[in-house]
Design a protein around this ligand. Sequence first.
Ligand code: 1HN
Length: 351
Amino acid sequence: MQEGTNRAPVQEEFFRRIGEDSLAPLWKVLAGLVTDEPKTTIRGHRWTYDEVRPYLLEAAELVTTKEAERRVLVLENPNLPGQSRITRSLFGGLQIIMPNEVAPPHRHVAAALRFVIEGEGAYTSVDGERAWMKPGDFIITPSWTWHDHGNHGSGPVVWLDGLDMHMVNLYETSFREADEESELHEPSKPDGDSLARFGSNVAPIEHGHTAKTSPIFSYPYDKTKEALLKLRRSDEPDPHFGFKVKYINPLDGGWAMPTIATCMQHLPAGFKTERYRATDSTVFVAVEGKGRTTVGDQVFEWGPRDIVVVPSWVPYQIEADSDAFIFSYSDRAAQEKLGFWREQKLKPTVQ
Ligand code: 1HN
């Protein structure tokens, strides 16, 4: 057909006709399908622990762990309400368990991380081994492992749950199983078993661990913090990261989880990172210290236990007013495996 003639009515009629046969013109949607650079659908956001904690305690009054299965308040990205996403690909939520409560055993293909926010005396059990939780600990529930939680302490215990079920669901590969028989699984291994076997730069010669997730499922905060403070003693801080370590699988040196990347970083008081962006939308949790994170044109002040989410490819900077320790998680581990991940270390802006 000739350009310049009014083809619109004929085209519309064509689209309608082929639509009835489950066909569509690519040229109408191509620009949105393959963008020149990442166009994030999420928004940078901060949740202060002070605003969330009263709701968690209220939830503990309103619903039992038996009714809820897991008493979690979902951290919903404000651009994606109702979708249980903190980023496009990841779940984030805060789980509270009160003294003497248990959360019953189940397993699923989706993997979870726990980052302990408040309280002591609770455990999470992973395939028969209990990890006792302390604030700042990073704990993994690998894909398809049985897990339950309990609180033997005297106060509430709260942790951040990070899960990859949106990746699992993208591929439509979700399975789940609950143990209807028992309220909890008795431990079948001694406390500290996985750390003893794999956490000292040694591994049993025939360990038989073939899973894609680290065989260490609890990374205690005191060890991670000690490593960062040792780095600080002998190294200059990296301009874009300060002092930053990744949690690794000791068997292959890769990320501790196959889908979710986890890191801890230390920014000394007064340090401000240079502008940086990467394709992995990232969730940050302050453990200690106070400061602010600039995300594009948003500025989020944060203190201990506050959570900030930074979207894909939006430049950000983190500034610490006092010595800060910041945990983070993202889908970088999956993106790297697929060859998607990119970063850009931006030059300082001229004042
Ligand atoms: C889950 O199984 C846990 O086991 C926590 O503690 C949060 C969020 C969505 C789906 C399953 C848990 C979850 C979850």
